[in-house]
Ligand binder design. Structure first.
Ligand code: AMP
Ligand code: GLY
Length: 427
């Protein structure tokens, strides 16, 4: 194989971990990250271009002779970056490691993904969808629905579009705010109301060329801000891999009932889908159900999945582009990995930025993936809610966590907060 110039889109911990993985490949010639962060700047060249500025991305692809485009997050995919590239004579030769706009609807529209699962008999929570047109019917439906009730804005809402209500009044209130007051703008013009499932969640990742797929190491993330899974939802406070129950019979059910029908269903419906499929699953008494699909890798799951993936990611992307993923056998590192996210005080509500960070050089035996940092007056400062992902390996999850926690204590900035109970169910 020759070598490739790669453009990675995004600026979080996920992109720092992807850049780290891409950089290790002999097939990676030059690596560019738009817009990137101080962590990615150590691995390639950051370009000051927004991920939805398709014109700007096009110019960069031409100027830097890009061969591979890897969108880290969903926004550019849902906005149709794949189709934009394939329709443009100057860009269509570039391998885009992500789905078409239609394929990205698996994440971009909850109603689309629920209907897709129904068509292909993929286990998921029972649901109905409502808009302003059947609003009154929705209220009646909610009032007789078993508690708790899950309400989901149809469209992208930056991870905030799901409300779990414990009473009928609360459900009616949330439903009304979403539809009548457009709480999440156009995203909540349509609302999916679904049954609440009880179990342990996990994230499973496939990488597909549309026909063949490989499974990456699975992971579990910790979404709530507070210990014991309490408080507000966040982008993710930490992750572990492997997930102890994700093996044997359970994983066989995941493959047979969920992954195969999803990949085959996309192909049967002629929906162009290349790249990552993220299955947000829940284990209900030994049976997997789909909570959500995402059309990209997870954050912070990527910060443990990439460290456990032993294959060359660039080679995988090239094989994907050729439709030959059947030639790849995925190798998982036998060690466990964890990541602990350092965040800013106040997150996920309002939080300060610009706090000087110290002690990163003292953190040994961990990978430090920058999530929300910046350089200011020659110093590294906080620049987001999620600041730094501290990833470690260990013989067991607990061993890995011990290393991350040791390093979490050595890195300092005003208002540092992190959960001290990542992996708590698996002690
Ligand atoms: P989503 O954005 O669809 O992943 O939902 C965010 C979070 O809400 C999930 O990670 C779950 O913790 C929770 N959730 C969503 N749907 C359900 C459901 N049907 N039953 C239980 N919890 C759910
Ligand atoms: N960690 C969940 C997500 O990336 O959506």
């Amino acid at each position: 194989m020759s070598s490739y110039n790669i453009l990675l889109l995004g600026s979080g911990g996920r992109e720092n971990a992807l850049a780290w993985k891409l950089r290790q490949s002999k097939l990676c010639k030059e690596l560019f990250i738009a817009p990137g962060n101080p962590g990615t700047a150590q691995l390639g060249s950051n370009l000051n271009i927004s991920i939805t500025d398709f014109e700007g991305i096009k110019e960069a692809c031409i100027e830097y002779k890009i061969d591979i485009l890897l969108p880290g997050g969903e926004d550019s995919l849902v906005a149709g970056i794949y189709d934009y590239f394939k329709k443009d004579a100057q860009l269509q030769h570039i391998i885009v490691a992500g789905p078409s706009k239609d394929g990205a609807q698996l994440e971009g529209s909850k109603a689309f993904s629920k209907k897709f699962m129904q068509r292909h008999n993929i286990p998921t929570a029972a649901y109905r969808e409502f808009t302003d047109a059947n609003f009154d019917e929705g209220i009646t439906y909610l009032q007789q629905h078993k508690l708790p009730i899950v309400l989901k804005a149809d469209g992208l809402a930056a991870g905030k579009g799901v409300v779990i209500t414990q009473s009928h009044d609360e459900a009616v209130q949330a439903f009304t705010t979403m539809i009548k007051e457009a709480q999440f703008g156009d995203a909540s013009k349509k609302v999916v109301v679904e049954e609440f499932l009880t179990g342990i969640e996990l994230s499973v990742f496939a990488f597909t060329d549309g026909k063949n797929y490989v499974l990456l190491p699975e992971a579990k993330d910790y979404k709530r801000i507070g210990e014991g899974d309490t408080g507000l939802n966040t982008g993710g406070m930490g992750a572990i891999s492997p997930v102890p129950f994700a093996q044997g019979d359970f994983m066989q059910k995941v493959v047979e009932r969920i992954v195969n029908p999803t990949i085959n269903g996309l192909a049967a419906e002629q929906i162009i889908y290349h790249g990552f499929v993220f299955f947000g699953l829940i284990n209900v008494e030994g049976n997997p159900y789909v909570i959500e699909y995402n059309c990209r890798m997870g954050d912070p799951e990527t910060e443990v999945v990439m460290p456990r993936l032993q294959n060359d990611l660039v080679e995988m992307i090239v094989k994907m582009g050729e439709g030959k993923l059947n030639e790849i056998t995925v190798l998982h590192d036998s060690r466990a990995a964890c990541t602990v996210m350092l965040v800013s005080e106040g997150y996920p509500a309002t939080y300060p930025k610009g706090k000087v960070m110290k002690g990163l050089e003292n953190a040994h035996n961990s990978l430090l993936f920058h999530a929300g940092t910046a350089h200011k007056d020659g110093e590294l400062v906080t620049n987001g809610g999620r600041v730094l992902a501290i990833t470690s390996y260990g013989a067991t999850i607990q061993d890995a966590l011990a290393v991350s926690y040791q390093n979490a204590a050595l890195i300092t900035y005003d208002g540092k907060y992190y959960r001290r109970d990542i992996g708590y169910e698996f002690q």
